[in-house]
Design a protein around this ligand. Structure first.
Ligand code: PLP
Length: 370
């Protein structure tokens, strides 16, 4: 009998997320609300739909493996050289490529925990050591929801090849500020690559939270990861990118690229999205305004919700997480629980968020009675 590598056998089996149409049918309601995956609630940008239609006739051909047009558009937007930019089939694939390109078996990948779920998995697949540095309270007496950059710098040793700093952090929504991040970058050895995962950068409103691309300047061991899946509304097309200060870092990541993995449609859509930046900015402003309303509504209900810099909020409900998420689901609202820790709720439309708040009130009053 064949058997997979032990590291692979130990990976969690794929569990499909709850589909809102199935859930609605199951519980007999017209519509379920999905606030589980941090997509934006807006439909695709009009220019994206046009670009997809125009490109459909070319899909008998392989995509441009170098994504030349998209790479040039990104380089121009950020004022960097195209050599510094790598596109990927979603930022998650670039995370995987980073591990493949920089981690020999037994070397370390450091990151905060709890953070993006992919980090420990890609470490295991690469045969690397996952160095998980616990989050600490961002406010006195608050839940552990914030990067401990001092502890992370201390955890980096000779064998640490890559450090991920997820800023803002998924799933807690907190962000580290300029001074502490600069101090951290100053402390990390020059032969350890620091990857600033800025999947939610477009939703940051705190001026003290730095733009990684500015912070990266003059630091050859820093790279920034971004995606078209969240603010730009292309989650279904799979396209993200890495910008590295040192072109050699970008080159190393390009070498582990799965050929043609960024599709023709994804490349065309991303170029069209970049050309619609004004509309994207308006959409992000609507999301962040709604984020503040949702945060205030949750705090009025006595929940200790920290200031989110992303398009989701974190409910630090601890042991109640799984039960509460199930209670919400039975009321047609799909959220993302993390057992024993909390629930991540994507900012939806005001109508969707009102449905969520009503379901939350019902679920909590029932729980108190029970
Ligand atoms: C969503 C997300 C990504 C990127 O996702 P892709 O859809 O693969 O581009 C990367 N990092 C974090 C922290 C995310 O939440």
């Amino acid at each position: 009998m064949v058997s997979a590598r032990p590291a692979v056998q130990q990976l969690p089996a794929y569990r499909p997320g709850r589909n809102p149409a199935d859930l609605a049918r199951e519980i007999g309601v017209e519509r379920a609300v999905k606030l589980a995956s941090n997509e934006v609630a807006f439909p695709p940008l009009p220019a994206v739909v046009e670009a997809l239609a125009a490109t459909a006739g070319e899909t008998n051909r392989y995509p441009d493996n170098g994504a030349v047009v998209l790479t040039a558009a990104l380089a121009e937007r950020y004022g960097v050289d195209p050599d510094q930019v790598v596109t990927g089939c979603g930022a998650v694939m670039l995370c995987q490529q980073l591990a493949q390109s920089f981690n020999d078996p037994g070397t370390g990948i450091a990151f905060a925990w709890r953070s993006f779920e992919m980090y420990p998995l890609l470490a295991r697949v690469a045969g690397a050591r996952a160095v998980q540095v616990p989050l600490v309270p961002g406010r006195p007496g608050g839940p552990a929801d914030t990067h401990d950059l001092g502890a992370m710098a201390a955890a980096v040793d000779d064998s640490t090849r890559v450090v991920f700093v997820c800023n803002p952090n998924n799933p807690t929504g907190t962000a580290v500020r300029r001074r502490e991040l600069e101090r951290f970058l100053d402390a990390v050895p020059a032969d350890t690559l620091v990857v600033l995962d800025e999947a939610y950068r477009e939703f940051v409103t705190d001026p003290e939270v730095p733009d990684g691309l500015e912070l990266m300047r003059g630091r050859p061991n820093v790279a920034v990861l971004r995606t078209f899946s969240k603010a730009w509304g292309l989650a279904g097309l799979r396209v993200g990118y890495l910008v590295a200060e040192d072109p050699a870092v970008a080159d190393a990541v390009r070498r582990t690229h799965v050929p043609f993995s960024v599709s023709t449609l994804a490349q065309a859509a991303a170029v069209a999205a970049l050309a619609s930046e004004d509309e994207v900015r308006r959409r992000c402003a609507a999301v962040t305004a709604e984020r503040e309303r949702l945060t205030a509504a949750l705090r009025e209900r006595g929940l200790d919700v920290s200031d989110s810099q992303a398009n989701f909020v974190w409910l630090p409900v601890g042991e109640e997480a799984v039960g509460l998420a199930a209670a919400l689901e039975s009321r047609a609202v799909i959220t993302r629980p993390f057992a024993g820790e909390g629930i991540r709720v994507t900012v939806g439309t005001p109508e969707e968020d009102d449905v969520f708040l009503a379901a939350l009130d019902q679920a909590r009053s029932t729980a108190t009675v029970a």
